[in-house]
Design a protein around this ligand. Structure first.
Ligand SMILES: C[S@@+](CC[C@H](N)C(=O)[O-])C[C@H]1O[C@@H](n2cnc3c(N)ncnc32)[C@H](O)[C@@H]1O
Length: 320
């Protein structure tokens, strides 16, 4: 099925300024999506550089491949289907010795949200799926909703969704599924509405937004793979290589901040020890003490950029 794949790249100018891709370099877009960022990255490293694009979503890869071929025809582009949590394996497969620019633009793309049958949208009825790689993984949102116990559901909604009515929603899910499984997005929306007090339903956006976000993070193991992917990117970055991450959720941003800060630490031995025993050496320099955010103009033009938080690190020369 060929559908139009439209996603406006977020903080594109800032990405290009921070990554500063130069002719002949190797760039790796770990969240290719519709190639909104990759088209510009590929243009800047072409014709001698290499643009790698990774996505776990077949539909995104097809759309990006068409777009890159038509908009940057002379570029050397290699697209890889997979999860950036497996970045080590993907880069071995791509046979590159190292990478100069890494980009992670996390989460889902607009088309993934907009296509009802993917099950990400609380506006359209569809099976509760929410898998970004529907081909490979087996855990679906329906399975989470219908098999996790009440305590686990509460934890997921509270931690991944910041949902203050997590316990009430989890209780209601368990009550409803005892009568019949909750199988579609709109069935779940009704369950959530029934669990949230009427006054609260009228404020704070769509009542199902936080629950849907939490389920998506759980189904796709988004936080675990981010930690793994970032550490692998730091390992594969050439010295002077730049790593740029845009997250849309405070939990993701906390992971990025933690990984960058840990890898930028030098010796952590107590100052009274005569010699270093911890062996820690800084591997990256963090460029962004506080995350960069989208300009007011961009937020006005593209509301999705409102929650974007960008962090950047540069790989140090650790060859000794
Ligand atoms: C926000 S979109 C990227 C949009 C892209 N920067 C653009 O401007 O067109 C995120 C993309 O990353 C993919 N994605 C999310 N998590 C992933 C992961 N762990 N591994 C591989 N792809 C992932 C999604 O399938 C989606 O296509």
């Amino acid at each position: 099925m060929t559908r139009e794949y439209r996603h406006v790249p977020v903080m594109l100018d800032e990405v290009l300024a921070e990554l500063d891709p130069r002719p002949g370099e190797v760039v790796c877009d770990c969240t290719l999506g519709g190639a909104g960022h990759s088209v510009e990255l590929a243009r800047r490293v072409a014709p001698d550089g290499l643009s790698l694009g990774i996505d776990q979503d077949e539909m995104a890869l097809e759309a990006a491949s068409r777009r890159l071929a038509s908009e940057v025809p002379g570029a050397d582009v290699r697209l890889l289907r997979g999860n950036f949590g497996d970045l080590d394996d993907l880069l071995v497969e791509a046979e590159v010795p190292g990478v100069d620019c890494f980009l992670f633009d996390l989460g889902v793309s607009s088309p993934q949200l907009d296509i009802p049958e993917r099950g990400f949208s609380y506006h359209e009825d569809a099976p509760l799926d929410m898998r970004m790689n529907s081909g490979n993984s087996t855990l679906t949102a329906a399975e989470v909703v219908n098999t996790y116990n009440e305590a686990d559901l509460t934890r997921i909604l509270r931690v991944y969704g910041d949902e203050r009515f997590a316990a009430r929603i989890a209780r209601r899910i368990v009550e409803c599924r005892a009568k019949a499984p909750v199988e579609t997005t709109l069935q779940l929306v009704e369950v959530i509405k029934g669990a949230i007090p009427a006054a609260a339903r009228r404020t704070g956006g769509h009542p199902a937004r936080r629950t849907f976000q939490a389920l998506r993070i759980e189904v796709n193991h988004e936080l675990d793979v981010l930690d793994r992917g970032l550490r692998a990117a730091v390992r594969w970055a050439n010295s002077g290589g730049r790593i740029c991450v845009i997250s849309y959720h405070s939990l993701e941003d906390r992971i990025v901040k933690h990984v960058f800060s840990e890898l930028s630490q030098g010796c952590t031995c107590p100052p009274d020890l005569p010699v270093c025993v911890c062996g820690h050496v800084p591997i990256v320099e963090v460029r962004t003490r506080k995350p960069l955010v989208a300009s007011r103009e961009e937020v006005a033009a593209n509301p999705r950029s409102r929650s974007a938080l960008m962090r950047v690190a540069v790989k140090l020369d650790v060859t000794g």
